[in-house]
Design a binder for this molecule. Structure first.
Ligand SMILES: Cc1cc2nc3c(=O)[nH]c(=O)nc-3n(C[C@H](O)[C@H](O)[C@H](O)COP(=O)(O)OP(=O)(O)OC[C@H]3O[C@@H](n4cnc5c(N)ncnc54)[C@H](O)[C@@H]3O)c2cc1C
Length: 313
């Protein structure tokens, strides 16, 4: 427990903040890996006013605030997350479309599921998010990760981001100011992403759906979707797929505790049952070491590791 958190009574402090709250909830329930220790406090906020109240309480008491999207790119350590974990619900899970002839601007809340948005807009004949169909998680997580595939990435359709800055001001930044790159971004420190503005263009519904169906089939063929995972663990180094290097290093099927390098796709680590974050971290370290020894390539993580190790580690 953090020194601040040791001194504060979180349930009492958060009484003035509207929204559902839970204390000591295992975050394994909220991550696609089904791994993760408890959140000291988990708060689901329904609108900007509630989020601002929460942020103000956190600021006043020096409590860390962590926004959890769909938890599909996260390894939460076994000791959990100190302070407050926030889920964006209600008003953050809506979108509004303004069509202008052959283009449309879409204002979408950061809590909206990305893949659902791609499907719904595709069904209305709006093109540009085909790549996003099948990517789990929220619009906010995709803005942070600049999520994408070989078909495209969020930065190509993102026009601007609306943010709640650490000092409580709401600001809008154009895409050029967001530092988007390959699965990376550089938002102002501690900013909470509230919404995205996207620009899509008019397309043929049937053609859009065909692209999405094809991409989804490809996922089903190549990814171990039947076991909990977090997608690609490592970024692809220039010119080569990380999975190819891991496979060539002979690591498919390698297991530590409940974590295994997927025999289906070597850049996926699957939870075969009861995996702890420590198992996944140990497997990550082993993969990096073996790939470095075999090919002189240092693999960079795509997944984000957050939280505290378990007390016994
Ligand atoms: C089966 C599978 C397939 C996948 N395929 C792909 C793929 O093809 N391409 C791809 O790019 N990714 C892929 N991923 C990874 C993942 O889905 C993406 O990175 C996704 O965009 C993460 O979104 P999320 O909401 O789950 O974010 P989370 O995992 O919840 O969070 C990721 C980071 O974003 C931060 N964050 C989230 N929301 C906010 C917010 N509102 N404000 C501030 N910070 C925020 C979190 O604090 C965290 O640091 C895959 C994952 C799985 C499980």
């Amino acid at each position: 427990m953090s020194p601040q958190a040791a001194r504060v009574d979180l349930p009492a402090l958060l009484r003035e903040v509207p929204g559902d709250k839970a204390f000591g909830v295992p975050l394994a329930r909220y991550t696609s890996w089904r791994i993760g220790g408890p959140a000291e406090a988990l708060v689901a906020v329904e609108n900007l006013a509630a989020l601002c109240r929460l942020q103000a309480v956190a600021r006043r008491h020096g409590l860390p605030l962590f926004v959890l999207g769909g938890g599909s790119n996260l390894l939460v350590r076994d000791g959990g997350i100190r302070g407050i974990v926030v889920l964006l619900r209600g008003a953050f899970r809506r979108y509004r479309l303004m069509a202008e002839d052959t283009t449309a601007l879409v204002e979408v809340g950061a809590g909206y599921p990305l893949s659902r948005l791609a499907l719904q807009l595709g069904q209305q004949g709006w093109s540009g998010l085909e790549f996003a169909y099948g990517i789990p998680g929220t619009v906010g997580g995709a803005m942070v990760m600049n999520a994408g595939t070989s078909l495209g990435e969020l930065g190509q359709v993102l026009v601007a981001a609306r943010l709640l800055l650490a000092d409580g001001r709401v600001s809008e930044l154009p895409v050029a100011a967001l530092g988007l790159g390959y699965r990376t971004s550089s938002y102002p420190s501690q900013a909470i992403l509230l919404a995205a503005r996207l620009r899509l263009h008019r397309g043929e519904r049937a053609a859009i759906e065909a692209v999405m169906r094809q991409a989804y089939r490809q996922r089903q063929r190549t990814q171990p979707l039947w076991l909990p995972n977090a997608g690609s663990v490592f970024k692809n180094p220039p010119g080569v797929a990380a999975g190819r290097l891991i496979e060539a290093a002979g690591l498919k099927g390698t297991r530590i505790g409940g974590a295994m390098v997927s025999p289906r796709h070597a850049n996926f680590i699957v939870n075969v049952g009861g995996a702890r974050a420590a198992d996944v971290e140990a497997l990550i370290a082993l993969i990096r070491q073996r790939v470095w020894q075999a090919f002189g390539v240092l693999l960079e993580l795509e997944v984000r590791i957050v939280g505290e190790p378990a007390c016994s580690e």
